[in-house]
Design a protein around this ligand. Sequence first.
Ligand code: SF4
Length: 387
Amino acid sequence: MLKLSGKIIRIHAVDVSNERTLIKVSTNRDLPAVLRKELAYLISDCEIPTGFAHYLLLEKNQLLAEELPAGSDFSILPNDYDYIGDKDVIRLSSDRQSIRVLFRATSPNNSILLTEQCNNYCLMCSQPPKTADDSWILDEVESLIPLIPKETRELGFTGGEPTTNPDRFLKIISLTKSYLPRTAIHILSNGRSFKNSNFAEKYAAINLPDAMVGIPIYSDDPTLHDYIVQARGAFDETIQGILNLKQLGQRVEIRVVIHKLSVQRLPELCEFIARNLLFVDQVALMGLEMMGFTRANLDELWIDPIEYKDILSKSVSILAQYGINVSVYNHQLCLVNPDVVPYYKKSISDWKNEYAPECHTCKKRRECGGFFASGVKFGYSKQLSPF
Ligand code: SF4
């Protein structure tokens, strides 16, 4: 698992008044001087160009700090961050002596957190919501977007619930359209804000060229859905949100996390989607991530995927028969039936994707999506059968 944040060994900055500094990384020593002033140069050898705003060294290269131009700001990072490269964007906190990697230019899995606040309280939330004012994150995202390379193919927005502050969310979407017009945008939302037709219209009016809103539904039974998300009335608001978005021509993906509660009526939910929401753009049936609240509610949620593999086959078949674009995410290839394989996607973000010790001899490891790192650590099916 890639380490995206943590302590740094040393930060030396002339101006330490800034709590947090957002900065783009460069490995290009030939940049014009005017551009260097905005960037952090990642040092790899003793030929160190002058004029960069900041310099980054890995622990293994820290002796090179002695070669730096006098008075330079620099940080020494643990070797865990040796994956950092050209055009990545990082946040350095001089007061906390820490780093967070916010964007990796070579990764297809960049997801930007907009807030940790949420109006749902899902039993399996991998990022449990917080109530504290975190609008500084929105300020930071507004500074981050212009730093992201224009050629970025995909970018996600997530939370919490990213629409918690509707005006700031819309501002960020507008900004994204201006700076990243060719980037595919995926927004993970519980959909409830879009029940407000005025908000949905404002979102649609921005007219992002390539955007999808991923919205979860966990049951066709409103009571069960509301129980899973721990919010009364959420089902009705989510469905209304989806209807509003589709009426406005927006792309919507329905996401279903499969666990012991949602699997009870998974085929019925797929029938419900097929009969009532046939116009959605895709449906993703997803495995459980062992993070956050899931671990606290494990007895209520955990079911070995091998136990529901026939239910999964039936559910996929219902959606496919109606012509719905269906995908199976976050599952292991040896735990699904062969009829699910055409819909199977390797979906776990690169930075948290791992394989179990049993997988080492498997001939289909390359085709298999493997596990969340948390799954390998905290529990997974004991019935893996390597190919
Ligand atoms: S043994 Fe491991 S790599 Fe092979 S299919 Fe199963 S989970 Fe995937």
